[in-house]
Design a protein around this ligand. Structure first.
Ligand SMILES: CC(C)(COP(=O)(O)OP(=O)(O)OC[C@H]1O[C@@H](n2cnc3c(N)ncnc32)[C@H](O)[C@@H]1OP(=O)(O)O)[C@@H](O)C(=O)NCCC(=O)NCCS
Length: 363
């Protein structure tokens, strides 16, 4: 059998045939009707994770029999064009790069020949009992043509960027950060202040993982957690939106620990920053193991950016949210920085497209 050892040979394509399948359309719609952007991104994240896992297994299964593949991270997802719930979704998946035990799977999402978004999943090969497993080493890929080389280089850059971010986690605040925080603080101290604090916009949800959810790895897929987390964030964004809130970007999610059957999971979402029509929601997932009392973070804090729009996708401003505690102030800085970076992106983004005619700044 020929060895599949080049990105080109490790590619998959799947179609979600929404155009001619009313039942599938129904499943993916957020609300009834044919509104633009009416698509459950959470559900799609779950499909994407499954496809990434399948693609990763295509490579790994050539060398090992009993290796599990787990999702270590889902990199930033930038939505470039509006989703339609009544058009086929084409998912093009490919392994871009293989490291020692991890690999990057890139998935391009298209509708009507339009590029909607690209997602990058870091999948890791693990061997041994789930409570005492270790990384399974993988042979590297052959990157032969220019396209394969460029994609591999970019994948490695994303990996190094993530490793650098971990190192810079405690970076000191800039003077500009202090100035903008002080401005916010002054507003809250005014005798006429009647704004709302961040803690007015918190939602949380608990669930137990049942044997029914078990996959062949005996664990829960990262895509399932991303779906649940996104759906709570979306509800939370609606607690401040005065129109519809549609998603514009998802920040990187890192999965630190596996979820076992019987674990209790806590999802939290909080509107931490708003600017013009943009709503930034921070989400976290925590875990309590079966028979344990200790709660631990399962993921990093992930930010979802939503845009508040009317039915015709015209951007509508939302009210400002104010930090209260020192921790809240730090969250405001991160969210503001994240949003500003997104708005400075060179390539087309839904976040910019929707707002470009409305002349709304970020502050
Ligand atoms: C992913 C996981 C196995 C990594 O464990 P670890 O002790 O950090 O292992 P290592 O340091 O050996 O890392 C293994 C590889 O994954 C990469 N990696 C780990 N976390 C990563 C992340 N968040 N983003 C990118 N790469 C990551 C490492 O760079 C390394 O790559 P390499 O072997 O190709 O050089 C561990 O964090 C885990 O089990 N997470 C939960 C996975 C899971 O179950 N997901 C689904 C539901 S939560």
């Amino acid at each position: 059998m020929t060895l599949l050892n080049r990105p080109k040979l490790l590619s998959l394509e799947e179609i979600l045939p929404l155009t001619n399948d009313p039942q599938l359309q129904q499943k993916y719609k957020i609300v009834e009707g044919n509104l633009l952007g009416n698509l459950r991104l959470g559900l799609l994240l779950q499909d994407l994770d499954m496809l990434a896992g399948k693609n990763a297994k295509m490579y790994i299964d050539q060398f090992y029999k009993d290796v599990r593949v787990v999702t270590a991270a889902i990199d930033n997802i930038l939505i470039r064009n509006i989703f339609r719930a009544n058009r086929d979704i084409i998912l093009k998946s490919r392994i871009n790069y293989v490291g020692k035990t991890s690999m990057e799977v890139g998935i391009r999402i298209e509708q009507d020949n339009k590029h909607i978004a690209t997602c990058y999943f870091t999948m890791v090969a693990r061997i041994g009992d789930i409570n005492n497993d270790s990384g399974a080493e993988l042979p590297s890929l052959q990157y032969i043509d220019e396209d394969e080389k460029i994609r591999a280089k970019k994948a490695l850059e994303r990996k190094n960027h993530y490793l650098d971010e971990i190192k810079n986690i405690d970076k000191p605040l800039e003077c500009e950060d202090f100035k903008s925080l002080f401005k916010l603080y002054r507003e809250t101290q005014s005798s006429t202040f009647n704004g709302k604090y961040m803690d007015s916009f918190i939602m949380e949800n608990w669930e137990r993982t049942f044997p029914e959810y078990k996959n062949p790895n005996q664990t829960i897929f990262g895509g399932y957690l991303a779906k649940k987390s996104f759906e709570l964030a979306s509800l939370c964004s609606e607690s401040i939106s005065n129109g519809r809130s549609i998603v514009g970007a998802v920040n990187r999610i890192n999965f630190y620990h596996p979820v076992l059957i019987g674990d209790k999971l806590k999802y939290t979402s909080n509107v931490i920053y708003t600017s013009g029509p943009f709503i930034c929601v921070e989400s976290n997932i925590y875990r309590i193991g079966r028979g344990e009392k200790k709660i631990s973070a399962l993921t990093n804090s992930c930010n979802f950016t939503f845009i508040n729009v009317d039915d015709k996708l015209k951007a509508l401003n939302v009210e400002k949210v104010y930090p209260y505690s020192f921790e809240d102030y730090l969250k405001t800085i991160v969210a503001k920085e994240t949003l500003n970076k997104l708005l400075m992106e060179d390539s087309p983004l839904l976040l910019k497209d929707i707002t470009k005619d409305t002349n709304i700044g970020t502050d």
